[in-house]
Design a protein around this ligand. Structure first.
Ligand SMILES: [Zn+2]
Length: 542
């Protein structure tokens, strides 16, 4: 959202009427500031309490809404002209006639020493009936909205636990796009909105969250001294979405050690229902290229080196599989991912990003979210397979499935992190959270990519008998772009373990993957120019 510029139309000037007769002297006390928000800007609107009633001066109504007010000698009423329509309000009863309809104000207007004062509900009960574009009054948060402005209601609440603090955001409407940015010392939860209708419980603690603060379109979470990292949990979208930012203590077992900075991998916003070009990416990273129908079809590839760190999270082993010779999957996937990044950039000129740059814990959902936040056009997760038997060898390519997968595919998915659990005793009865399924609308393209990867790998390395499969991988399900998971080979086979550790074999794997991306790009660019693929409607959640 760009800066708000300009102001509301300032129309007619109020005609101030001087008191002709002694009038009760209004008692004055501090004003209440309302905010009037329109597409082109915002204005404060001050109300004044008079004898316990919230009143607004004719001057304020003139300044903000262009309302003209004069005394009508014929009716002894107040003639209020709004955008050319005149409404007469009785100063004795507070009744107003609006286009033949009579409405009642909460209290009659009063004449102060600086002109007429009208009850604040004149905005809702009178102006809103005739004003164009429409007016919406939100008394609880002292907002008046004019026209088509996006002012989501955001209620924020902090929940503290010993090693974890949860900041809950209840966002209405739930489809409001958001982004989360990590800045030094704080997390910024930004909403794509003209303004926020924010209800922020003042809260903080000395440990993880020092304070919550409202910013124009965002909420700042000030990190406490024990803060280590964070993740985001999203509820279903409509009509009110619960978005929870979890701040984890640095001394949580397996997370970033105390004193070290939080992981550089941001936990970004998931795929947005609408393009959100104004939402910034994480600081220190180049902004994602602006999607364009004219530009190359594959601009950004996110490579996900599987596993990482020491601890097991979400049922996935941190180190991943271990070969009989001692090789660890997490190290080999990182090595190959780095080679793939260089090769993609050098050979295809695409931007390639890694979900982790070193040996660290990254949650499965963060990996897909990282790709979404960076507007990746393709997501490739790299893994090495393992079997209890030393015999199986060869590469396998997976794309997402939510049902119909084989027991073998299910075994691999359980090793790499499955999104679904098979209910006890059930066959393919799956427990699925609907909001996790950003990937579903890309399945067709993911299948095409998987097919290309299978072909190019087959040219260069040994394939498993089950070269292409579908499985319910949690790391894929939230990816809002075509996504595949490649098991590059079996680390559990002694010979293949050696091959996978050799630079020559790694180069063959990387060549094959780059070839596949190149072929996929060529396919996309050979298509007739049409509307771009529909953006995801489904966000993800851990
Ligand atoms: Zn793995």
């Amino acid at each position: 959202m760009g800066a708000l510029v300009g102001g509301l139309a300032i129309g007619a000037v109020a005609v101030r009427m001087r008191a002709q007769a002694p009038a009760p002297q209004p008692t004055t006390s501090p004003q209440t500031l309302w905010t009037v928000i329109a597409a082109d800007g915002r204005r404060p609107l001050a109300s004044t309490p008079v004898n316990g009633r919230e009143m607004v001066s004719a001057d304020e109504l003139a300044r903000v809404f262009g309302v003209e007010l004069r005394e009508d000698p014929l009716t002894k009423g107040l003639a209020v002209t709004i955008q050319g329509k005149t409404i007469v309000i009785s100063p004795t009863t507070g009744l107003a006639s609006v286009g033949g309809r009579v409405v009642t104000l909460s209290t009659p207007p009063v004449r102060g020493d600086r002109g007429w004062l009208l009850p604040m509900d004149v905005v809702d009960r009178v102006l809103a009936l005739v004003y164009q574009p429409r007016l919406e009054v939100r008394p609880a948060t002292h907002l008046v909205l004019i026209g088509d402005v996006r002012v989501p209601r955001v209620q924020v609440r902090l929940e503290n636990q010993p090693r974890i603090a949860r900041v809950h955001f209840d966002v209405t409407p739930g489809a409001t796009p958001h982004a989360i940015v990590s800045e030094p010392g704080r997390l910024i939860v930004r909403f794509e909105a003209t303004a926020l209708d924010l209800e922020l419980a003042p809260a903080g603690s000395p440990d993880l969250v020092l304070a919550l603060r409202g910013l124009p379109n965002a909420v700042a979470i000030d990190e406490g001294p024990r803060y280590g990292t964070y993740r985001v949990i999203e509820g279903p979208e409509a009509p009110t979405r619960r978005l929870t930012v979890e701040l984890l203590a640095a001394d949580t077992p397996g997370l970033t050690a105390p004193g070290q900075p939080a992981p550089t991998t941001p936990v970004p916003a998931p795929g947005q229902p609408q393009p959100a070009p104004s939402l910034p990416g994480a600081p220190g990273q180049p902004p994602p290229p602006t999607p364009s129908l004219e530009g190359p079809s594959i601009q950004t590839v996110v490579i996900d080196p599987g596993h990482g760190g020491e601890i097991d999270v979400e049922g996935v082993r941190g180190p991943g599989a271990k070969g009989p010779g001692g090789s660890l999957e997490k190290h080999l996937t990182l090595t190959i991912a780095r080679l793939l990044k260089s090769s993609l950039e050098a050979r295809l000129g695409v931007r390639a990003l890694l979900t982790r740059e070193d040996d660290r814990t990254v949650y499965l959902d963060e990996r897909a979210a990282f790709a979404n936040n960076n507007k990746a056009d393709l997501f490739i997760s790299l893994h090495l397979n393992a079997s209890v038997s030393p015999k199986p060898t060869g590469a396998e390519v997976f794309f997402l499935s939510l049902d119909g997968y084989s027991p073998e595919a299910r075994r691999v998915a359980q090793m790499e992190g499955a999104v679904v659990q098979t209910a006890t005793g059930g066959d393919r009865q799956i427990e699925m959270m609907l909001w996790e399924m950003a990937q579903l609308q890309h399945l067709e393209q993911s299948a095409i990519v998987a097919g290309l990867v299978e072909q190019t790998l087959r040219d260069k390395v040994k394939m498993s008998p089950r070269a292409i499969q579908q499985a319910p991988f949690r790391v894929l399900v939230g990816a809002n772009m075509p996504a595949v998971l490649v098991e590059l080979g079996f680390i559990s086979n002694p010979d293949e373990e050696k091959l996978l550790g050799s630079h020559a074999y790694q180069a063959r794997l990387v060549d094959a993957l780059v070839d596949a991306v190149g072929r996929y790009r060529a396919q996309l660019e050979a298509r007739p120019k049409a509307a771009p693929a529909a953006p995801a409607a489904a966000p993800r959640t851990p």
